[in-house]
Every structure is written in C-alpha cells, then in structure tokens.
Design a protein around this ligand. Structure first.
Ligand SMILES: Nc1nc2c(c(=O)[nH]1)N[C@H]1C(S)=C(S)[C@@H](COP(=O)(O)O)O[C@H]1N2
Ligand SMILES: [Mo]
Length: 205
C-alpha cells in the first residue's frame, strides 16, 4: 500500500494495526458489493426457504419462520474484503453454523466441503472445517438490526476467516460435498483458500 494511499484511507487506530491484514485499510462505512440484482421479497414466508442437501442422511428444508425459531448467538468480528477494505468490530447475530448442524439430519462422514447457493445463482465454496469454527454464522442481523436487502436479507453466510466474498448474501441452499468444487468467484480467478492473513486474493497464474 503506498504512503499516499495509507494517509488518505487508513484510519486504523495504532492499537488496532495488528488486526488489519497485509494490503488492507480500515473502512468506516460498510460498502455494498455484489454481482447482479438485489433480490426483493414481498412475502418472505412464501418466497424464501433454505434447503440443505448433498452428503447428508436426508435433505432438509426450513421456511423463514422455522429458521428464525433456531437458537441464535451474537459475535463481534473483523471482516476483510478482497477489494482491500476491512471493517473492525462488526456485530452479527444469527445461527452458529455448528449449532445449525444440530437441527438437520446427520452429515455423512464423506462431507468435507460446503457450497453456499444463493438467489440468482451466486455460489461460493468453503471447507466444512472453517464453518465448524466459533465465528461461522448463518447471519440475519447486523449491529442489532435486520440485514438490509443490500447486505443479504433475509440470510447470509458469515465466514470472517476468509475474504468477504465467501460470506454469501441471500443464501438459499447449503450443499455438503465430498470433494471441493469452485464457486462463482473461485472459477473467475479468485483464490480458492482466500485467507486474508496470507493475502490469498487471486489464484496462482
Ligand atoms: N449472493 C451473493 N453474495 C455475495 C456476493 C454476490 O455477488 N452475491 N458478493 C460477495 C462479495 S464479492 C463481497 S465483497 C461481499 C460484500 O458484502 P456486503 O455488500 O455486505 O459488504 O458479499 C459477498 N457475497
Ligand atoms: Mo468482494
């Protein structure tokens, strides 16, 4: 990052510098980034559901009301976008992914990866291990408020250990997979592992 760029954009308090991965600056605002249109729901109970399939003993489906009845937790975490902004201390509420597994049929031992399927065909792949960490959430509140449509209402994945493109907005499906498969951006040159601390932004040439 150039010194000029740093001066202009880097508002990182010095005591928080070590929380900002290489090549990132701290953003105050919450940018909106995605491919395609923002979905709108007039009747979310009838127009939205969450489906689960793949390497699982039986597929499952949650209506909006069923999903909202699951136990939630709140976490405060830092998020890092591949476009170089990071946001510190963001607060999210939702169903911890690990908790969610208690409410669906058992996974097959072969389940090792997850594909998140979203409205309008966006997908992203995440290793199951990463989703079993404390900070992986199926999130629907941000800073105490319902997610706005732009940020993923009614449900998004939150996987803060990875660049933010893996935090899929407008989530509709969770597919458990035996083998890894690239999602939308992963097919278009983004790094499959996407670890901000290793600066894994783009795939190797
Ligand atoms: N469904 C869907 N989810 C998505 C995307 C998208 O295009 N479609 N873009 C990703 C990218 S590239 C980023 S950086 C984050 C941005 O989330 P935000 O708009 O809430 O900041 O959403 C991710 N989730
Ligand atoms: Mo992004």
């Amino acid at each position: 990052m150039s010194e000029l760029f740093k001066k202009k954009y880097d508002r990182t308090p010095s005591d928080k510098r070590d929380r900002v991965p290489p090549g990132q600056y701290v953003a105050e605002k919450f940018p909106v980034l995605h491919y395609g249109d923002v979905p709108t729901y007039h009747d979310v109970e009838n127009e939205w559901d969450l489906r689960v399939w793949g390497e699982i003993e039986a597929p499952a489906r949650f209506s909006f009301a069923e999903f909202r009845a699951l136990p939630t937790m709140t976490i405060t975490t830092d998020i890092h976008c591949v476009n170089r902004w990071s946001k510190l201390d963001t607060r999210w509420e939702g169903v911890q992914f690990r908790e969610f597994l208690q409410h669906i049929p058992p996974l097959k031992p072969s389940a090792r990866y997850v594909m998140a399927h979203c409205e309008h065909g966006f997908t992203t792949n995440v290793p199951l291990d990463v989703l079993l960490e404390d900070d992986a959430l199926l999130a629907y509140k941000y800073e105490g408020e319902e997610l706005t449509p732009e940020h993923g209402y009614p449900l998004r994945l939150l996987t803060p250990r990875k660049y933010f493109w893996k935090s899929a907005k407008w989530l509709r499906g969770i597919e458990f997979m035996a083998e890894d498969r690239p999602g939308f951006w992963e097919r278009y040159g983004y790094n499959n592992n996407a670890d901000p601390w290793k600066e894994e932004r783009y795939a190797e040439e």
